[in-house]
Design a protein around this ligand. Structure first.
Ligand SMILES: [Cu+2]
Length: 186
């Protein structure tokens, strides 16, 4: 009785073990298939994304470059140009100044701005509303430093530009010297 029971038990255990192994194999197979499908989908998704995104970026850059080179307006600014090496204020003294100090632009037009600094001190031309923060290195009367940047004002308005570096205190406080207005027309 006891031995027969053992044999039956053994048979049942073998059968159970076989079923468990089969079930494990099936589960493992399903997991592997799901993983493979997921990996393939993600891979194809990444390739599709790359293929569609790349030409869009390239086209935008090409258009921007073509527009900038074909229709940019050159604008020249000088800091402390000859013969005075600055601009005479109503106080009778010559002050640090960007020349011209009052600027006019047309909305939607690209401007290539070049600043020649004849001063032996560095300055900056800042216009936060148009995201311009141009550092201007020191130069000299005989060899000005040259700083270049571009502006494309999008909408009409009057914007204050200024030099944020501590330079000519009077000039920093007066329009037409180390600060001034940019008028953008539509
Ligand atoms: Cu300055």
């Amino acid at each position: 009785m006891s031995s027969g029971s053992t044999m039956v038990d053994q048979g049942a255990r073998d059968l159970g073990s076989l079923r468990l192994r089969g079930l494990l194999t099936l589960v493992t197979g399903i997991v592997l298939i799901v993983a493979a499908v997921f990996a393939l989908t993600a891979g194809v998704g990444a390739i599709w994304h790359k293929v569609t995104a790349t030409p869009a970026i390239a086209a935008t850059s090409a258009t921007a470059a073509a527009t900038a080179s074909s229709s940019a307006v050159s604008l020249k600014l000088s800091i402390n140009p000859a013969p005075l090496g600055g601009v005479k204020g109503p106080d009778g003294l010559v002050h640090d100044a960007f020349v011209p100090g009052a600027l006019t632009m047309t909305a939607g037009t690209n401007y290539d701005v070049t600043i020649y600094n004849y001063d032996t001190q560095s300055h900056a031309w800042m216009l936060p509303e148009l995201n311009i923060d141009a550092m201007v290195p020191a130069g000299s009367a005989s060899s000005p430093s040259v700083t270049h940047f571009t502006i494309t004002p999008k909408s009409a308005g009057t914007f204050q530009w200024f030099c944020p570096l501590p330079c000519d205190k009077w000039g920093m406080a007066h329009n037409g010297f180390m600060r001034g207005y940019l008028t953008v027309k539509s």
